[in-house]
Design a protein around this ligand. Structure first.
Ligand SMILES: [Zn+2]
Length: 66
């Protein structure tokens, strides 16, 4: 087991602070165990195998929104 590939959810909020939405360039927020949310587009970007998928095509409509 290489610690480099350990999936530590603890660092996802740090990634979120560094990344911006590819669509609108708004700062994204960390959500749930494995999602990054754009509050502007109201979509979530999945984190797959510890890697954030910041692709417009992969964006999922945010269900939190009423
Ligand atoms: Zn956005």
């Amino acid at each position: 087991m290489c610690p480099r590939y350990e999936r530590k959810p603890g660092w996802f909020p740090l990634i979120a602070a560094l990344l911006a939405c590819p669509k609108c360039h708004t700062k994204i927020e960390y959500r749930e165990p494995d999602k990054l949310r754009c509050p502007s587009c109201k979509v979530v970007y999945p984190i797959v195998d510890g890697i954030p998928v910041m692709l417009i095509e992969e964006a999922i409509p945010d269900e939190e929104e009423k």
